[in-house]
Design a protein. Structure first.
Length: 401
């Protein structure tokens, strides 16, 4: 069994993994805000989707600038910039709450989203680099498991607070304070920069050239499409969960936020378990099993109609989808060497798939609560086709060896 990381990278790996918890917590709150703002600002489902759309548009618009910055200044400074933007956006919720208009909240969420993309563009590839190449997928899944921990805590903790009448700026004030402390720590700690033989000395220029080079990497482009499809499915389901279960008359919003926490705990456990399985079984094979599971679960939600079995299938889906982002991410970066930082920034544009939640809202408002699940089903089918492709290539490589 290969080591998950090397001794000299143990401390950097632990520090970077804490970041995964932070942005998991921040992104998961969006799923609660969606229903909360419908209640407090009298919004329709379609109108409230701007919460997700604005945050994930920040990923699309800021991922390339983040990648260029990290190419030039390194992972540690990218983390510090990300944490600083995160804190500024969080504290902006105080004046936004006083004004009480959706547009002001959206500005604050865009700033937070910009911070998160710097964090993710730095931390995701850095985690894959901190140890043996053959355990990169396992290592990133382990880091991402703590992302799942943050995601699972947020709906119950923040949802319980907000749906009980708490002020929306309080959770963000607390987050802002925690993030400021983290920014101070990362500004003082020295993280080793990973160098590659084919790194370009002119990093600012090479970042632009690398994007052109990556367009010619067939495997990377397939991974980019698969990751975008996954983000469409995952964010659509998460953001729609509370509204869907309430609309189907299964759960009240406060109970639904607690059940969402249970589902996200399944998500977290799935990442922990699969991280260790991948130290013994090829990541491509584990991903294939999980892709089949997501297609089966989302199909079950649609086929079960009003039956509560659909709720159980939906919760089970979280366990199957748990490893998709880190595994596809790590697989897409394999063998890219000096292109890794730029490739990471391009992959971090994929959370723009969260904007598909607006389509979910439109379909729900016009065709009922069940119909939107055709959107994540189609996205998971694309991921399944990708996993079949990389497993086929893995078999060909093994046969040739």
């Amino acid at each position: 069994m290969s080591k998950i990381t090397n001794r000299e990278y143990a401390v950097p790996f632990v520090l970077v993994t804490t970041l995964f918890f932070m942005w998991g917590f921040a992104r998961s709150i969006l799923d609660v805000l969606n229903k909360h703002f419908q209640n407090t600002l009298d919004l329709s489902i379609t109108e409230s989707t701007w919460i997700q759309v604005t945050t994930y548009l920040a990923y699309f618009t800021m991922a390339i600038p983040a990648g260029l910055f990290i190419n030039r200044y390194g992972y540690r400074r990218g983390v510090v910039v990300g944490l600083t933007l995160f804190a500024l956006g969080a504290f902006a919720f105080v004046p936004a709450n006083v004004i009480g208009r959706l547009g002001v909240f959206l500005v604050a969420l865009f700033v937070i989203g910009s911070g998160l993309v710097f964090l993710e563009t730095s931390a995701n590839p850095y985690s894959t680099e901190l140890g043996p190449h053959d355990t990169a997928s396992s290592r990133l899944n382990l880091s991402q498991a703590f992302n799942g921990l943050g995601s699972s805590i947020a709906p119950a903790l923040v949802g319980g607070f907000l749906f009980a009448g708490g002020s929306v700026d309080v959770p963000y004030i607390v987050m802002g304070c925690v993030v400021v402390v983290a920014a101070i720590v990362f500004s003082r700690v020295k993280l080793p920069e990973i160098k590659h033989d084919d790194d370009n000395a002119d990093e600012a220029q090479s970042g632009l050239n690398n994007m052109v080079s990556l367009l010619k990497h067939h495997k990377f482009m397939l991974g980019l499409l698969a990751l975008l499809s996954y983000e469409v499915a995952e964010i659509s389901i998460n953001s729609y969960f509370i509204q869907f279960t309430h609309g189907m008359n299964w759960l009240e919003p406060q109970v639904a936020s607690t059940v969402l926490t249970v589902a996200l705990m399944c998500f977290m456990v799935g990442r922990f378990v699969c991280s260790f399985i991948m130290q013994r079984v090829a990541a491509e094979r584990v991903l294939l099993v999980c892709a089949v599971g997501t297609v089966a679960c989302t199909s079950s939600v649609l086929l079960c109609g009003d039956s509560r079995f659909g709720l159980y299938a939906l919760i089970a889906n979280y366990a199957f989808e748990s490893i998709m982002f880190p595994t596809i991410f790590a697989q897409s970066l394999k063998g890219l060497g000096g292109l890794t930082k730029t490739a990471s920034s391009m992959l971090m544009m994929t959370p723009v798939g969260g904007c598909a939640f607006m389509l979910v809202g439109i379909v729900a408002d016009s065709a009922g609560f069940l119909a939107p699940f055709y959107i994540p089903l189609a996205a998971f089918v694309i991921v399944l086709l990708y996993t079949l492709s990389i497993n086929s290539k893995q078999c060909d490589t093994t046969s040739a060896a």
